[in-house]
Structure formats: C-alpha cells, structure tokens
Design a protein around this ligand. Structure first.
Ligand code: G
Ligand code: MN
Length: 275
C-alpha cells in the first residue's frame, strides 16, 4: 500500500505510480462507458500464396481528446483490475461479432483475440467466448485465442482449468510472443496449444545475426514434431520474409503484409501481392 507524507524517493515513486494507475483505470472505465474502444485488425498471411487466412484483433482506445491510444500505454496498469475483465469480455464479443458479419458475407476467415493470464485465472474467457459464438452462429474454429505472456499461467490452477475449457470448446490456442518472458517451451509441454507465434524480436534480427535463424529454425522444427502451427510476427522487410520462407515458415504477420487497421478500413484484398 502507498504511504503518503514521506519524502523518500521510493515512496514518492510508488505514489506517482499509484496516481498513474488510478488514472489509467479511470481512462479504461471511461472508454468502456463512452464507447471509445475499438478493435483494429491485422492480417495473418500465408507466405507461399499471399492469401489472408485470418486477422489478429488489436485493442485501441479512440479517445476524443488524446486520439488513438494503444494497449502498451494502459494494459499492464489495469492488469488484475475488474475493468480489465470488462475490457477482455468486450474484445472477445466485438471480435466475434465482426467475424460473424464476415462469415455472413461469405468470407471464411478466423479472428485471433488476445487474452492475458489474469482473465483466465478469473474464469472470464470461456463463457463470453461460447455465448458470443452461439449468438453469432460461428464455429469455435473461427475464433483463435492468443495467450499473451504477461504473467505465469502455469502457476494458476484456475487459469489452466479455464484454458482447458477453451480448448474443449474447440477454439485453437496460440502462444503469443513465443520465446520471450513466460512464453516458453515449458508451456508447450504442459498446455494444450494449437500453435505458437514467434516473437518479433527474433524476426527483426534475421539477416543481421545468424543466431536468429538458428533459433527460429529450432522453433519451427519443434512445432513440426508436435504438430503445431507457427506464425512469425513483426515481419517488416522482404529479406525477413525470404529467410522465413527458406526456413519453412508458412504463416506471417507484420507491417510488410499489413498494418492493424480499423474495421471500416479493412477492405484489404483477400490475397496480398508478394513482391
Ligand atoms: O504482443 P502482440 O504480438 O499481440 O503485439 C501486437 C502488436 O505488435 C500490435 O500493437 C501491433 O501494432 C504491433 N505490430 C504488428 N506488426 C508489427 C511489425 O511488423 N513491427 C512492429 N514493430 N510492430 C508490429
Ligand atoms: Mn497477439
């Protein structure tokens, strides 16, 4: 807890942090109440064909004064707060509503929704997922869950139970930012996952550091042996895409293939021309 009235640097920093956190919690609550939340969609592309196979839904706050705010500004500060659970439910419901509309117009695509360990630990994922799937008449396979690595899911019994419930519903589970933080090989051993998303910190070193290609190669080989899908994230350059193709990576995502765009702007072609 924060003590006031002292002058030590540590306490002052804690107080400042508490004030920022309180304001960010209020910001998110305002965004929920004020209808300022948006999902932007970034294409996930098949490298051999340029076909867009799915989209990752990325949260934004479209603030009337401050403009578009990305989750790196507010997400870690609201983690564990009730408001984060509301935010998570909103994202699941909105992504599924939008994908339902895409299916209704004949587009057989999937959407990936980001979910953090505290949402799973609180049991706030499976019910909204299942209800939204039913409401929109979508099969579970049309909605993928990306497990972000902000905290250790293996340590939470409740979180693991909830993740298993999601797997039982039939939505594929992907490990996000694989190779960094808690998103490790241990997760592949213990959790029922369908695929891994190679963190962009490895992709961005391709061509500059031979270790990056070796590490990605090892991830691809492991995924292949276990029968997992792989998406390489943060592909920005043609040279990175070329190396990934040589290494046998099938799916990619990144600015090279499409930036996250607002729903109204996602009229991108179903096939991206690979120059
Ligand atoms: O943790 P996760 O992989 O879900 O992060 C997605 C974030 O990465 C989004 O905020 C998105 O804007 C960003 N992003 C997507 N593609 C690229 C890319 O090619 N380069 C960089 N630097 N960031 C990207
Ligand atoms: Mn993600």
């Amino acid at each position: 807890m924060c003590r006031t009235g002292t002058t030590t640097l540590g306490t002052t920093t804690t107080l400042a942090h508490t004030i920022v956190e309180t304001r960010l919690v209020a910001l998110v609550a305002d965004a929920l109440a004020g209808d300022w939340l948006r999902l932007h969609y970034q294409p996930i592309v098949e490298l051999d064909t340029g076909r867009v196979v799915g989209h990752e839904a990325l949260l934004r706050i479209d603030h009337p004064l401050h403009g578009v705010i990305t989750p790196d500004v507010f997400l870690s500060e609201v983690e564990g707060e009730d408001v984060m659970l509301d935010l998570g439910r909103w994202a699941i419901e909105e992504a599924i509503r939008r994908t339902g509309a895409r299916w209704a117009s004949g587009e057989r695509t999937w959407v990936a929704v980001n979910v953090a360990a505290p949402q799973l630990a609180q049991g706030a994922v499976c019910d909204p997922l299942q209800q939204a799937l039913e409401r929109n008449g979508l099969p579970a396979a049309a909605v993928h869950i990306e497990l972000t690595e902000s905290s250790d899911l293996l340590a939470s019994v409740g979180g693991r139970v909830e993740l298993q419930r999601v797997a039982d519903v039939g939505s594929p589970i992907w490990l996000d930012n694989f190779g960094t933080g808690y998103s490790s090989f241990g997760y592949l051993q213990h959790l029922q996952v369908a695929g891994l998303k190679i963190d962009r910190s490895f992709v961005s070193r391709l061509g500059a550091d031979p270790r990056a290609a070796a590490i990605i190669s090892a991830m691809l080989a492991t995924a292949d042996l276990i029968g997992l899908g792989v998406v390489a994230e943060g592909v920005e350059r043609a040279s990175e895409a070329a190396i990934l193709q040589q290494l046998g990576c099938k799916l990619v995502q990144g600015y090279r293939f499409g930036r996250p765009l607002a729903e109204s702007a996602t009229s991108e072609p179903l096939v991206i021309t690979l120059a």
